[in-house]
Write a protein that binds this ligand. Structure first.
Ligand SMILES: Cc1cc2nc3c(=O)[nH]c(=O)nc-3n(C[C@H](O)[C@H](O)[C@H](O)COP(=O)(O)OP(=O)(O)OC[C@H]3O[C@@H](n4cnc5c(N)ncnc54)[C@H](O)[C@@H]3O)c2cc1C
Length: 388
């Protein structure tokens, strides 16, 4: 075996490395900092299992979205510490309610690295709150989940659409005791760029990072801050989504994203998650009467399991029913993948090699003009103040 799937399309989901009984596939960092399967031909017996479980080679077996609500948690603390409406936390609470034992798997930021971990106590699930704009490392997670499912444990897995598809293909069969949550995904940035950006900030602030938030709601949902606390008590903060922070600009302008995200198979309304979450972009235009100031999620169900769990949280959320079609124009990654800038490869090469992000910022990165960023900030600030 020389290639499992098309090089550009490989999402790094780890299904192939996880299924290989011969240890012939090792996930290895590529020149852009993304993990990719590398085959050791001395160990490979050409059984073809890696190709079979690769979600890129099969049909996307996702199911069409059958119901959609726009929602936010009634718990203010949950709402403020989550990326959009805090619905992921509400789903976790409801899902583990009547179970003696269970496991929740999601992405956590631990010692500067974003990786998937499993917890077996809802009190520990706070580590999953909030979007981490980095590709999460799922190495060894799929076999661990399989073992738990076979042992009859209840498992809730949350991840990118390609991670959920990879897990399901790796498992080969369906498990009633597995619940999957995915989200609408813009793409995943390189872990190496994230590592470099943390080093850059630590040098600049002459201290180690104590806490990092990709989108802290200090001033509402839309004007979120990339927010870093250092051990010397200094703080760095800059707007996340108005293209003011260098790391987030590289992300939102599509310079640091994995090549497979430009040809993503999962940017569709056929979903692999039982529930799909997203920001409710567009709610401010379609339902301005809804109080979205501190966040609102779109919650899409594709299975009976998904609908059942979402129904069970309705007393704990503020919501209304809607149709996903009305939001497609505001959330394009439900319909098509992102498009990269023509100089994406050259800029990413620099971001991987040289962590001087402010020089990089001035070296050909396209971002929205200052007046548009300023106007956007003012607009959302006014919208936020009017809702308060
Ligand atoms: C890389 C990325 C891209 C996204 N792109 C879009 C987009 O284009 N449009 C849109 O509407 N929404 C996007 N989202 C999703 C959105 O920002 C919210 O996460 C989602 O709406 C759920 O919010 P919440 O408030 O319910 O829960 P939150 O508490 O904010 O959600 C946390 C959940 O996200 C998971 N998660 C966080 N970071 C990662 C990661 N790096 N890899 C895998 N899982 C992760 C956690 O495990 C947890 O399950 C993206 C999220 C991420 C992480």
């Amino acid at each position: 075996m020389t290639e499992i799937c098309d090089y550009r399309e490989c999402t790094g989901c780890t299904a192939c490395a996880s299924i290989c009984k011969h240890g012939a596939i090792v996930m290895t960092e590529d020149a852009e900092g993304f993990l990719r399967p590398v085959i050791d031909s001395a160990l490979c017996v050409d059984c073809g299992m890696c190709k079979r479980v690769c979600p890129i080679n099969g049909d996307n077996c996702g199911k069409e979205i059958r119901s959609t609500i726009i929602a936010k948690s009634n718990d203010r603390q949950t709402l403020l510490t989550s990326s959009s409406g805090g619905i992921f936390t509400e789903l976790c609470k409801a899902w583990c309610k009547d179970k003696d034992t269970y496991y929740i798997y999601g992405a956590a930021l631990i010692d500067g690295v974003v990786k998937h971990i499993g917890v077996n106590n809802i009190k520990d699930a706070y580590v999953f709150k909030g979007s981490k704009y980095v590709q999460s490392d799922v190495r060894s997670i799929f076999p661990e989940i399989q073992q738990k499912l076979k042992g009859g444990e209840h498992v809730l897995f949350s991840g990118t659409p390609c991670q959920v598809a990879g897990l399901k293909d790796f498992l080969i069969k369906d498990y009633d005791n597995l619940f999957c949550v995915d989200f609408v995904c813009h793409g995943v940035p390189s872990p190496k760029v994230f590592e470099n950006y943390q080093k850059y900030l630590e040098n600049k602030y002459k201290s180690r990072i104590r806490n990092l938030f990709f989108g802290r709601k200090l001033n509402g949902w839309i004007n979120r801050y990339f927010y870093v606390e250092f051990e010397n008590n200094r703080v760095y903060k800059n707007f996340s989504i108005t293209n003011d922070d260098p790391y987030m600009t590289l992300y939102f302008s599509h310079y640091s994203i994995r090549p497979s995200c430009e040809v993503c198979h999962f940017t569709t309304t056929r979903r692999n998650g039982d529930v799909t979450l997203s920001d409710a972009w567009g709610v401010e235009k379609l339902h301005p009467e809804f109080d979205f100031a501190d966040g609102a999620s779109m919650v899409m169900c594709s299975t009976d399991k998904g609908t059942g769990l979402v129904d069970s949280i309705k007393d704990n959320i503020c919501y209304f029913e809607d149709s996903v079609d009305r939001y497609l124009m505001y959330n394009p990654q439900l319909a098509r993948p992102v498009k990269f800038a023509s100089n994406r490869d050259a800029i990413l090469k620099k971001a991987v090699a040289d962590p001087d992000f402010y020089t990089l910022f001035k070296s050909g990165i396209k971002r929205r003009p200052f007046f548009r960023r300023f106007f956007s900030y003012i607009k959302w600030n006014i919208a936020y103040k009017l809702k308060k």
